[in-house]
Design a protein around this ligand. Sequence first.
Ligand code: AMP
Ligand code: MG
Length: 330
Amino acid sequence: MGKDISIGIESTAHTFGVGIADSEGRLLANVKDSYTTESGGIVPAQAAEHHVKVCSQVVKDALKTAGINPQDIDIVAFSQSPGLGHTLRIGAMAARSLSALWKKPIIGVNHCIAHLEIGNMLTDCTDPVLLYVSGANTQVIAYEGGKYRIFGESLDGGIGNFLDSFARELGLGFPGGPKLYELSLKAKSFIELPYVVKGMDVSFGGILTNLKQKLASGKYSKADLAYSVQETVFAMMLEVSERAMAHCNKEELLLGGGVACNKRLQEMAKNMCGERGSRCCILSNEFNVDNGAMIAWLGLLEYNAGVRMKLEDTDIRPYERTDDVDVTWR
Ligand code: AMP
Ligand code: MG
């Protein structure tokens, strides 16, 4: 069997990404253009408008980077779920158009599972627990009983949006995660905050309220608060991840999502894994954040396992859960 080449389109949220991968695991391109705002979070309709504006250029750039022509492509993959309806629709439209224009098969994939599979491909982990921490998503995912299952998650907002909201309160601007981390390095002491783990789930809303109160009291330094919030919520996430590893008998932890770029989270994850005698797999930032390469790669895995989609199967699925997906490629 010759090698196949896949183009993958990512558009679940603020990033419009296009990646190109081949079935030998080479990533030939990974180009993106992200919608940003000065002040608030994502306005879905504006993010969609951004994606419409940049999509053909990002596709062209990806083909150029890979040094290939459309006729070299064997499949068109796109992120079909989960995410913002407004933005998912643009990626799906782009994928359907390219598939029709180039006469290539189309495959829609689950974004969360793509984070896990690109980790399997790029690191030496093969069957990890994924701690997926992004703007909107906060989930602990692992393969068990024939499906990718969610073992723990946030009961309210995502951890990245929570950190960005607090950073905004501190006047750090958006995205706040990296700035919060820089500020945390100047801290002198730890301030106790609510620690909210309920069974296997976490919640951030009450912590944000508590932080706002502490900030308004004027009694605490911003650096101490930045440090303490990271220590607290990362410990919460790693407690749930460790329990998932013990429950599923898995010896690998993989980090994914934009918040996985945080060096302190990486350090704490390595410590936890070290104490268990488990392996901690960390990707470069390019593959932690949303990217087209992971979509191209999962598309290839599914295609090679025989998955085929008709045009009418390509509707977006904004609320799909990982365990709704039939896993045929493992
Ligand atoms: P995503 O939704 O996967 O793009 O992740 C977005 C979240 O990741 C936001 O909360 C960002 O503040 C955070 N983030 C992105 N890059 C970094 C970084 N280098 N360090 C810490 N947090 C980051
Ligand atoms: Mg993501």
